[in-house]
Design a binder for this molecule. Structure first.
Ligand SMILES: [Zn+2]
Length: 316
């Protein structure tokens, strides 16, 4: 069970035991930082309970991930899966999404109607409420009534970042499961597998990610965007030498960043090469040569100055 969830062995063990023994609490609090697997685990939980191929009361291998129920849960369209969050609240209240700062009593009342409605598929109804720490006091008090008299085969998963902001009355009626920041090596191997990053870049980003996949992916995209737009500028039009040198200086902070910039630019150059082989042959050679210089411990800023001026000189 939960084999696709990265790390979080303790959390997975607690929930798996409860599923195996068919002693599933009505309410959980999945607690921990953003981007470490709380929502993914909640969705996986919904799949395990509702999978039509692998019945959790008979096998502990977990959800099949391809039956209709699993597929609908993956697409968040399963009729008995209800995700209660700011997006849903904006939709219900017909307000802008960026106006949603707290989860209000209205969305809890909406949720309660769904809680007491008959299940559409006749199996488990799963509610995922996030960010639970943003419930107003009125909303939390309203939710409490449901936690006191929960209907059968219904599970409410509150997803929260901080424990302190969850009222004790709610916490005492829920099973709290703590999620830990992910180890850097797990994030690095995820980035290598899912986004084909080099091991060096993956480790570098993982070390800055505070144990969060979400943050790691954001950092990765930001860096890639920065270097790709630099490439577009350098190959787009003639630039003044002073501009080129100042761009080079910005990213010459360390050898690794320069290496990463060169890798991303090489990828772009190879794409351009297919359209304009004559123009880009020399540029690709220069990129490879620059990489060689970097490995020979030549000052990264010098290598990059020379490279950028060369690339821009090829632009007519
Ligand atoms: Zn399935």
């Amino acid at each position: 069970m939960f084999k696709d969830i990265i790390a979080q062995n303790k959390a997975k063990a607690i929930i798996s035991e409860q599923i195996k023994n068919n002693k599933i609490p009505h309410a959980y609090i999945f607690m921990g930082e953003d981007g470490i697997g709380k929502n993914t685990t909640a969705l996986e939980f919904a799949k395990i309970l509702n999978c039509t191929i692998n019945d959790y009361t008979k096998t502990d291998i977990g959800a099949c991930n391809h039956c209709i129920a699993c597929e609908q849960i993956n697409k968040r369209s399963y009729p008995d899966l209800h995700i209660i969050n700011f997006e849903k609240q904006a939709e219900i209240l017909e307000e802008d999404l960026d106006k949603q700062k707290t989860l209000k009593i209205d969305i809890i009342r909406y949720m309660q109607k769904k809680v007491y409605m008959k299940s559409a598929e006749g199996r488990w109804k799963v509610f995922i409420l996030e960010p639970a720490e943003k419930m107003t006091t009125a909303a939390a008090n309203c939710l409490l009534k449901t936690l006191e008299e929960p209907p059968e085969n219904t599970i409410i998963i509150l997803v929260a970042k901080h424990k302190e902001t969850i009222p004790i009355t709610i916490a005492s009626r829920s099973q709290t499961v703590f999620f830990q920041p992910l180890p850097s090596n797990e994030i690095a191997s995820y980035l290598q597998q899912q986004h084909s990053l080099s091991s060096e870049n993956a480790v570098k980003i993982a070390n800055m990610s505070d144990g969060s996949i979400e943050k790691a992916e954001m950092l990765m995209l930001n860096t890639q965007n920065e270097y790709s737009s630099l490439w577009t500028e350098l190959t787009g039009r003639k630039l003044a030498a002073a501009d080129i040198l100042s761009k080079s200086k910005q990213i010459s902070k360390d050898r690794k960043s320069v290496m990463e910039a060169i890798d991303i630019m090489t990828e772009s150059a190879v794409k351009n090469f297919r359209r304009e082989p004559d123009k880009y042959t020399d540029i690709i050679e220069k990129l490879l040569e620059s990489k060689k210089y970097l490995n020979q411990n030549i000052n990264p800023n010098t290598v990059l100055d020379d490279l950028f001026i060369y690339i821009n000189s090829k632009i007519k």
